[in-house]
Design a protein around this ligand. Structure first.
Ligand SMILES: [Zn+2]
Ligand SMILES: [Zn+2]
Length: 83
């Protein structure tokens, strides 16, 4: 008795695409936003991040531009303003 299975005559090998190629869609990735200008911060940016020096509760992000221009930031928790 021979079972005929036409569907298994071919073996499909799924080769993963070149490693390192990451598709990042801005919709699925939540980027941190700059506390000073509310602009989303790109991972490649030389932004600084630190906890609020006053209340240590809020994580403050500062983008490259705001650091460069020494823009003020304001903590959303304690309203601490700092350079
Ligand atoms: Zn900024
Ligand atoms: Zn604070």
């Amino acid at each position: 008795m021979t079972r005929f299975r036409p569907w298994c005559s071919k073996v499909y090998v799924i080769v993963p695409e070149r490693a390192g190629r990451i598709t990042v869609s801005q919709k699925s990735v939540s980027l941190p936003t700059c506390t000073s200008c509310n602009r989303p911060i790109m991972p490649a940016e030389k932004a600084s991040k630190f906890y609020c020096p006053n209340c240590h509760q809020v994580f403050i992000w500062r983008c490259e531009k705001c650091r460069k221009f020494s823009r003020k930031y304001k903590c959303i928790n304690c309203s601490f303003e700092g350079p």
